[in-house]
Design a protein around this ligand. Structure first.
Ligand code: ARG
Length: 404
């Protein structure tokens, strides 16, 4: 019998998908649940998959790989989609696709399936990442195909004895991992409405955050966060600890109108406490250690890198080539940034580096100034030479200032 590997979250959609793939395509379904730091009970999810009819149910904890191989390169590239979204969901998809392909290879499955709808970016990311890694595997998206309404889906679930989540269904569609949480649908679709408090599950509201600011110091070595408040930590626990501190202070709420790859604009709410803090801290150390031209060039790479992640091209050659440049750019990004978290904001209030290009003796207006003022005169004469020449020969008449 032909086998399919299905990305399984344990929710209603993917549970119904297990059954639907069996009935509709006559497939043996193998599920895979990947832990990327969302709050899921892996063993319960595995049992549930078997109960709804999967022949095998795999679970894998990929949190370490996620932070080291996906989150870190994006952080070092300062990759924020459209300048604002830290790309949590987008970064997770290529890794999940990679794990799916691994299971397919181990089990001899020839198909991959996922629970994405036909309207989002995730379907593209799964398909394209899978194609890049295993061009021979075919991808099925049951939810895009089955065209059941919510009511029909629930009826289908009841008919097949699939557990339906109890309680009032959340009005939102969410996705989460250790780098961030995305919230869509319901009232959030009214772009002019402030998100109600129940849209947020991680962050306290800035009004309810502590009245005392929380100060942090984040240490970096060659662009890698390595310490928090003077304590050395591996990347995963460091992100987890920052997550806790930032969410308690209401930091990391993002409200954006986003341009989806498939052509429409959508209103997106995110909670990304650790990402917001780490991006600010990383930039602060780069500001100290990268020269002006390096910063300008890196700034020009940034939107391209973010677009590649967002658009599902993680495994493409351009992303890999840019990653090599970004890694090389981080050689001296060593030092630390101090941040003040206060009622929803994360502000950089200090930074230092052993490789700092900021030299106080050069910058000071006080005593101990080593700046060579005599060099300024000649510099200005030559810097202004093209404009002086233009003025003499071309533009003097037009720009002339007449006496009043
Ligand atoms: N707009 C974000 C993105 O495209 C988040 C998508 C959330 N996905 C989801 N299945 N709820 O990356």
């Amino acid at each position: 019998m032909t086998k399919v590997v299905l990305a399984y979250s344990g929710g209603l959609d993917t549970s119904v998908a297990v059954r639907w793939l069996m009935d509709h395509y006559d497939l043996e379904v193998i599920t895979l649940t990947v832990d990327l730091g969302g709050e899921i009970d892996l063993e319960a999810t595995r049992q549930k998959a078997l109960k709804v009819g999967a022949v095998e149910a795999h679970v894998v904890d990929a949190r370490e790989e996620f932070v080291k191989d996906f989150v870190l390169p994006a952080l070092q590239a300062d990759a924020l989609y459209e300048g604002i979204y830290p790309l949590a969901t987008a970064l997770a998809r290529p890794l999940i696709a990679q794990k799916m392909v691994e299971v397919a290879r181990r089990t001899g499955a020839s198909l991959i399936a996922h629970g994405c709808t036909g309207k989002g970016n995730d379907q593209v990311r799964f398909d394209v990442a899978t194609t890049a890694l295993a061009p021979d595997l075919k991808v099925i998206a049951p939810i895009r195909e089955w065209k059941m309404s919510r009511e029909e889906e629930i009826e289908y679930a009841q008919k097949h004895d699939i557990e339906i989540p109890v309680g009032k269904a959340s009005p939102y569609s969410t996705d989460e991992n250790l780098w961030g949480r995305s919230i869509e649908c319901g009232i959030l679709e009214d772009a002019n409405q402030e998100p109600p408090d129940d849209a947020y599950a991680w962050t306290v509201s800035p009004q309810a955050a502590p009245d005392e600011p929380c100060y942090l110091e984040i240490g970096f070595e060659a662009g890698v966060p390595v310490a928090l408040n003077g304590k050395r930590l591996d990347l995963l626990p460091l992100v987890e600890e920052l997550h806790r501190l930032a969410r308690e202070n209401g930091v990391g709420r993002i409200d954006a109108i986003e341009n989806r790859l498939i052509g429409l604009k959508s209103r997106e709410i995110y909670e990304a406490p650790a990402a917001v803090v780490l991006h600010a801290a990383h930039r602060a150390v780069e500001d100290m250690t990268l020269a002006r031209d390096s910063l300008r060039f890196k700034e020009s790479v940034r939107p391209t890198y973010a677009d590649l992640i967002y658009n599902g091209l993680w495994f493409g050659a351009l992303r890999r080539d840019l990653a090599a440049y970004v890694t090389s750019s981080q050689q001296h990004v060593t030092g630390s940034a101090r941040l003040k978290l206060y009622k929803g904001s994360a502000t950089v209030v200090g930074r230092q580096s052993p490789y700092s290009l900021y030299e106080r003796d050069l910058a000071t207006y006080g005593g101990g100034d080593i700046f060579d003022y005599s060099a300024a005169e000649g510099f200005i004469a030559l810097w202004g030479l093209p404009l002086r020449t233009e003025a003499r020969n071309q533009t003097a008449k037009e720009l002339e200032v007449m006496p009043a």
